[in-house]
Design a protein around this ligand. Structure first.
Ligand code: ARG
Length: 668
């Protein structure tokens, strides 16, 4: 089979390609004759899991058979007889109870490959109806130790924003930093009482983090001491009750067993709580300095809250301190973003909405959406026990009030159609109530989505903490990634007969591999799941890692370099695309499925589906190398065709990684 192709000229003339949408377009008119709900049936056309059943499978005859009360096989036969796919598929086969198996024609695959030659988008088409989407991500509480969880939001949010832009949407990224919360009251209190003037001069951000931790520690110490007797009492009661039950029940029936088991669990939980409270207390009491500070600042919790309310009420001194602290916190944050190459269109923190909060609450009350309840103002949403508190008993507005004002602002000022919140799954209740309230409150509510993610765990099964647990800690985490990547890069280059990298190259490549490794390790997990932070796996050059993908890209560049051929020249030449082996065909098909990967990611905001495409592509490539020699191809046309596949795979890998915010290097 042989297909001549025309050289590509301009970006605009590039062919657009999405096999799955093409197949669905072909099925649509046929299904529409049979049912009113063709769209949901079209969803049932999917890539097949097993190549024996073709490249794609349509399973729509089964549900259709149930509705139409006809044997699904009969319906499948009817669909096939009316289907017009002769140009792209071999004659479809009906299998089993009524599966329709579709195998693409080699000639059609070859034609499509020719059509997308030279295209960095691999034929991925921009959406027909672009929306304006605000992506709210990263959004750390500044002046409070930042942890790896913030890295998750930052990396996932950035990938989603890049992907949406790539797909043609209008995107506004907004870093909704927590710059107005109780942590400022805490550091204001800390600054007034405990600041170390020298440390403040030399490292203000480090000093602020220390002050935050100190005030937090003292606050928790007093809270622990206060709650200790109550917990002890509860524990004693539970223990006594258990003893009673054990004495009473000589005959152990099932329900008593259950009861006892539940009690033992409660006792274990109480013991654990008691232990952790005691540890908090011991940590302070074992240090003479902390002990003294604790004794002198017994009312620290209330007084720091007071500092926060003074700030909110416009107290000039607190306002001046806030204005001094904030830029310093932001600078430290910016260093992390710069290293990660992450930018925001807006950094509009909570403080920006302060003046609107009273108005929001008044409006909610006017409209009967919020009511007074035990001195607080709450929105009650049917089906939810917890109220959505928009003003607390002390008059303070909340995280919730600010988020409502923020939605209104984004609709009013940005004309947002959709808002994505890339935030820890532990906040899902907050967002459920927020969206439900916004839906009732706003005339034209945007469509809102909580793009939730799980926790980063340490090897010990507990949430992962950087050693010092602060922003600086996050920076040193990035440093460590790059440091650990360096020997990987060195080893690879030293293995060559003649190393290719200068010292400076090696440093740059280590940066790309290290930071890419951190991002990819996060992104290749389904975002809902917790995952274990593991340096060795992260930087491995085999397996589903950034390094593996980056080396796969560089390997292709190496093939071209050694042959002395320019990649873009191959893309522009007009030889035929030849797919004589199964490995070439599979690689070609995988390349054509890039745009499906983009669709898959955006269907439910799951960047890991792009890593699935990348990893499968790397697998296809290595099987292709095993079966097909590029240099020693039997004919110049075949060599050229193989080079074209290599070039497209390289473009796909580079684009795929860049959509995840990860860089590549041609030589590494
Ligand atoms: N600052 C919050 C936190 O660190 C996250 C904010 C997320 N965005 C939002 N609009 N609520 O938990």
């Amino acid at each position: 089979m042989l297909t001549a192709r025309c050289p590509r000229q301009t970006a605009e003339s590039l062919f657009q390609m999405n096999i799955l949408s093409e197949l669905r377009d072909r099925f649509r008119p046929v299904l529409e004759q049979l049912t009113d709900d063709a769209e949901s049936l079209l969803e049932m056309i999917r890539p097949s899991q097993d190549p024996r059943f073709g490249d794609y499978q349509a399973n729509c005859a089964m549900p259709l058979g149930r509705v139409l009360k006809k044997p699904p096989r009969e319906i499948a036969e009817r669909i096939v007889s009316e289907l017009n796919v002769g140009d792209l598929c071999e004659p479809p086969e009906v299998a089993g109870p009524g599966f329709i198996n579709l195998k693409l024609k080699d000639a059609w695959i070859a034609k499509c490959i020719g059509d997308i030659a030279g295209d960095d988008r691999l034929g991925s088409e921009p959406v027909k109806n672009p929306r304006h989407i605000v992506v709210d991500f990263s959004s750390p509480n500044v002046a409070k130790p930042m942890h790896v969880g913030h890295l998750r939001s930052t990396v996932i949010g950035d990938a989603i924003a890049r992907m949406l832009r790539f797909a043609g949407h209008q995107v506004t990224t907004d870093n909704h930093i927590g710059d107005w919360g109780t942590q400022f009251g805490m550091i204001i209190y800390g600054y007034r009482h405990f600041v170390d003037a020298d440390a403040w001069q030399t490292d203000p951000v480090g000093e602020l983090a220390r002050l935050y931790r100190l005030v937090n520690q003292l606050t928790e110490y007093h809270a622990a001491r206060e709650s200790l007797p109550g917990i002890r009492k509860q524990l004693e009661d539970r223990r006594a009750a258990l003893q009673q039950l054990e004495m009473d029940s000589q005959a152990d029936d099932g329900s008593r067993k259950k009861q006892k088991k539940a009690m033992r669990r409660q006792i274990a939980e109480l013991e654990e709580r008691l232990q952790s409270l005691q540890a908090r207390i011991d940590a302070v009491e074992s240090s003479a300095e902390l002990r003294n500070q604790a004794r002198e600042h017994t009312d620290i919790a209330r007084l720091s809250r007071l500092e926060t309310s003074r700030l909110h009420a416009g107290d000039p001194e607190n306002r001046a301190l806030w204005e001094e602290f904030l830029p310093k916190c932001l600078e430290a944050l910016q260093r992390v973003y710069d290293r990660l190459q992450i930018t925001f269109d807006l950094t509009r923190g909570e403080s920006a909405y302060h003046d609107e909060l009273a108005g929001v609450v008044a409006e909610l009350k006017d409209r009967g959406l919020a009511v007074d309840s035990d001195g607080a103002v709450c929105v009650f949403i049917d089906g939810n026990e917890a109220p959505f508190i928009v003003q607390k008993t002390d008059g303070a507005f909340t995280y919730a009030t600010t988020d409502l004002a923020t939605i209104a602002w984004r609709v009013r000022e940005l004309q947002a159609d959709e808002i994505l919140y890339v935030v820890d799954s532990r906040q899902s209740e907050h967002f459920r109530l927020l969206f439900a309230t916004a839906d009732r409150w706003l005339e034209q509510p945007p469509s809102c989505r909580h793009v939730a993610f799980g926790t980063v765990m340490g090897r010990d099964g507990r949430p992962y903490k950087t050693r010092s647990g602060d922003v600086v800690g996050l920076e040193s985490l990035l440093d460590e990634a790059v440091q650990r990547a360096r020997p990987v890069v060195d080893a690879n280059d030293d293995e060559r007969d003649e190393p290719l990298l200068t010292e400076e190259d090696r440093r740059r490549v280590a940066d790309i591999v290290g930071l890419g490794g951190i991002k990819y390790a996060d992104l290749h997990h389904n975002r809902d799941s917790d995952y274990v932070f593991d340096w060795d796996r992260m930087l491995a050059t085999t397996g589903n890692t950034a390094a593996y993908m980056q080396y796969a890209f560089a390997r292709i560049c190496g093939i071209f370099r050694r042959l002395g051929i320019d990649r873009s020249a191959v893309a522009a030449s007009d030889g035929p695309v030849l797919l004589p082996t199964a490995e070439e065909r599979t690689l070609a098909l995988q390349i054509l499925r890039f745009s499906e990967a983009v669709d898959d990611v955006l269907a439910d905001y799951r960047p890991h589906l792009m890593t699935v495409w990348l990893f499968e592509t790397a697998g296809c490539l290595s099987r292709f190398y095993g079966a097909c020699s590029v240099r020693d191809a039997e004919t110049p046309d075949l060599r050229n065709s193989r080079l074209l596949l290599c070039d497209l795979a390289a473009r796909g890998i580079r684009t795929g990684l860049s959509l995840l915010g990860i860089e590549t290097a041609e030589v590494m």
